[in-house]
Design a protein. Structure first.
Lengths: 149, 138
């Protein structure tokens, strides 16, 4: 029997998360995936670039943009079946590169809930802004609950 | 800039990136990302939940896909939009190859952008990342 996630949760918002980009932390992430771009790794190259400093690898958004999703995973009302949850799709829009020292505030919310075959799908959107309020990254994660929630 | 807008043609394939995965790389990614989910770090746990061992973090596959794209562009700051579907797990011992193909190029309001179809497959040709899309500014 298919158990669906209540559609009333579409629009549900979570508490903002705050993350300060660390120079060596973003480099540790870059090295972990083999990204040795001098714009990430070399201060001199970073300073001489249009960005005026080194930038984080774009996929570092996996850290600062998605950290709030833990609230969704452990939401006592939505009650996702975590044993059956898989990350189905991920989309990022990059509006502005993030740099060491940037303080990124991210707000996440549920933007869609769907049933597809035997699976339930939930789309979580997270919008990250910097200290000046400029939008830097929008993430959209589709989580699949195999066999329905 | 490693590639110029003028030199890009629809249908061009970008240089593929092949990565042979080892368990140590999964542990290093766990530390770098903060994601210590046991399915990535504990072989016995992965076996117990029916995965046959550990699997790589989906987002690490996405990050390497991103690296393949931005290595081609020559600037990690030029990736503007990026989407993938996680279609199958990658495991230690797998060699994953990340690939991309130019599907569109356009110049609008002085901005030159190129759109790519991107995907990743393992040594058996199974798709690890599928239905991927990336837009870069050149």
């Amino acid at each position: 029997m298919l158990r669906v996630i209540d559609h009333k949760f579409i629009g549900r918002e979570y508490e903002p998360t705050v993350y300060e980009i660390g120079r060596e932390k973003m480099r540790e992430y870059a090295r972990a995936v083999g990204d040795e771009s001098p714009l990430i790794m070399d201060n001199e190259v970073g300073r001489a670039s249009e960005y005026v400093d080194c930038i984080a690898p774009p996929a570092f958004a996996s850290v600062y943009n998605l950290m709030g999703a833990a609230q969704l995973f452990f939401d006592p009302e939505v009650k996702l079946n975590m044993a059956m949850l898989v990350h189905g799709e991920q989309e990022f829009e990059f509006h502005k590169p993030v740099k060491p020292g940037d303080v990124i505030t991210t707000k996440g919310r549920i933007v869609d809930i769907m049933e597809k075959g035997n699976n339930d799908l939930l789309v979580y959107e997270a919008r990250s802004v910097n200290r000046d309020g400029e939008l830097v990254t929008v993430g959209r994660a589709t989580f699949v609950i195999r066999g329905g929630n | 800039m490693a590639v110029s807008f003028e030199d890009v043609n629809i249908g061009d394939e970008i240089p593929p990136l092949s990565v042979s995965l080892e368990q140590m790389m999964l542990w290093i990614y766990a530390g770098a990302s903060g994601d210590f989910n046991l399915i990535h770090v504990d072989k016995e746990f992965g076996e117990k939940v029916g995965l046959g061992g550990t699997i790589a973090h989906g987002l690490s596959n996405m990050a390497r896909m991103g690296r393949c794209i931005t290595d081609w562009v020559g600037d990690p700051g030029k990736l503007k939009q990026f989407k993938v579907r996680f279609s199958a797990p990658a495991k230690p011992g797998d060699t994953v190859t990340f690939k991309g193909k130019v599907t569109d190029k356009k110049e609008e309001d002085g901005k030159k952008s190129v759109t790519l179809e991107v995907w990743a497959e393992n040594q058996d040709g199974a798709q690890i990342l599928s239905k991927g899309m990336a837009a870069v500014e050149l």
